[in-house]
Design a protein around this ligand. Structure first.
Ligand code: SAH
Length: 473
């Protein structure tokens, strides 16, 4: 590998502002992309002078803690062109393994990367998550179903892609029918990942999935300070292509995507990540996704991933001291989800549950009545709990039974409260009573919900002699 140092050659105008920057292409295809533009002639690369992390076949699970100060020296710049060209000009014969067809991953690598983030979220339950370079918002859309998350933010330099895809994050009827337990606010921002904007301060997790390889040299140099130094989230997940895998793809392309400015091998990515981690007080673990075919294990995973964890957790003070408050990102949109933390949605949810149990009990009662009528005429209706799955391990067993007086069906609140979902939603009986008070009729002593045994359109039970009363009306 060529690792010679090269001097910086700043691009005219440096890093382009996001207003003037052409929209970066998305990750349209995983493999076999047509040849893209040549890489930048000089760019800040990894500190190749730093010790190379140990490699393992498959490149997975390398762990390194990088506490304390360091990275006093700027990143070394390397001429990667030579390295990359020599990488891709080899035949598709990696260590004797001929790869004749394009490699396809199932599920797609993009889905696997999202699943990796979702598994991480499931395990660590962050409350505030930001996806930088969120493109079509698919990861955000998947993340919004996680109950632990209360704040979701997406950032991209391509405003068009955000305005075209924000619809994915809008609320739907289901969000109101079955509201989340916790609040959720999703905000999309247009801006660059290297701008220090306080709107992304205080996050538990920041993901940069296939983002860094889209950054210009100048932006890449600013990235560690902007993310680890300024935003300083508790955890960061960064994924990027592993260039060692590229020769396995059929078709001789420089990079996997026309908008990529570079692609790193494992040593380069890990050196860069370790330097950043050491400098900003993070530990980093390396893993990857997309197994190489049998015989080519030495190239490692197709996607390489670094998971960074802050060594000393943030405090409110550390988050806001000496941080600029000037916002640079533009808000593209905010979506606020209904949640059970708002009383109007809690009332609706509890009432829906209560009605569904009562109606079920009423149906069962009418059913048993009909059977009774069929066999021995009409007595005072009596509620007989049906034997069905729903009532196995019956939580209501010890509670007062519903009963009928003439045409009115009484369901004791105590019985309703014994249903786990209702108990969970209300917490105590008084709250249950308060939440449903406007939606139901309570008995005079307030202990039961009253409901007419037959609907208006049904006939009166007392007029029924058992012959002409058809419960299937
Ligand atoms: N994360 C997405 C795909 C990323 S493609 C996924 O998982 O599918 C890279 C994205 O990064 C593009 O949408 C591009 O517009 C965006 N991008 C490139 N440079 C950026 C910058 N400096 N700041 C923010 N976003 C940037």
């Amino acid at each position: 590998m060529s690792g010679r140092a090269a001097s910086a050659r700043p691009r005219p105008g440096g890093g382009r502002s996001h207003e003037s920057r052409r929209p970066a292409g998305r990750e349209g295809r995983e493999v076999g992309q047509p040849p893209g533009p040549r890489p930048s002639p000089a760019w800040p690369g990894p500190a190749l002078s730093s010790p190379s992390p140990a490699r393992r076949p498959g490149g997975a699970d390398l762990r390194a803690s990088a506490p304390g100060p360091g990275l006093g020296a700027p990143y070394l710049e390397v001429d990667l062109v030579h390295h990359l060209v020599s990488d891709v000009m080899v035949d598709s014969d990696v260590q004797g393994v001929q790869v004749k067809e394009n490699i396809k991953f199932t599920p797609s690598l993009s889905e696997q990367r999202h699943k990796f983030v979702l598994d991480f979220v499931r395990k660590h339950k962050p409350q505030k998550v930001a996806d930088l370079g969120c493109a079509n918002c698919k990861l955000l859309w998947r993340l919004k179903y996680h109950e632990s998350i209360e704040v979701l933010a997406g950032l991209d330099i391509d405003e068009n892609i955000l305005t075209r895809n924000i619809y994915r994050l809008h609320t739907g009827a289901g969000d109101y029918l079955d509201p989340r337990e916790r609040p959720l606010t999703i905000t999309l921002y247009h801006g660059s990942v290297v701008e220090k904007d306080p709107c992304l301060l205080g996050f538990d997790l920041i993901t940069c999935i296939e983002l860094i390889e889209h950054l210009e040299a100048k932006e890449l140099a600013q990235f560690p300070e902007a993310i680890f130094g300024f935003l300083s989230p508790t955890t960061v997940i960064i994924s990027t292509p592993n260039s060692e895998f590229n020769p396995l793809f059929s078709g001789k392309t420089v990079f996997r995507h026309p908008d990529h400015k570079f692609e790193w091998d494992r040593t380069q990515f890990q050196s860069w990540a370790l330097d950043a981690a050491r400098h900003y007080g993070y530990s980093v673990e390396f893993t990857g996704l997309g197994e190489p075919p049998p015989g080519a294990e030495a190239v490692g995973f197709c996607t390489q991933i670094g998971v960074f964890v802050k060594n000393i957790p943030n405090t409110d003070e550390s988050l806001h001291s000496e941080k600029t408050t000037e916002c640079t990102h533009t808000k593209v949109g905010t979506v606020i989800y209904p949640s059970l933390k708002e009383e109007k949605y809690l009332r609706k949810a509890v009432s829906n549950e209560v009605f569904s149990y009562i109606l079920k009990m009423k149906r069962d009662l009418l059913e048993s009545l009909k059977m009774k009528n069929d066999s021995d005429g009409c007595d005072e209706p009596e509620y007989v709990q049906p034997e069905c799955d729903e009532f196995k391990n019956d939580p209501t067993e010890e509670t007062p039974k519903p009963f009928c007086i003439e045409n009115v069906f009484y369901v004791p609140l105590e019985r309703l409260f014994s249903f786990p979902k209702i108990k969970h939603l209300c917490g105590d009986r008084e709250t249950l009573k308060m939440l449903i008070a406007d939606e139901v009729t309570l008995s005079s002593d307030g202990s039961s919900v009253m409901i007419n045994i037959v609907d208006e359109e049904d006939c009166d039970l007392n007029d029924n002699d058992g012959d002409d009363y058809d419960l299937d009306h």
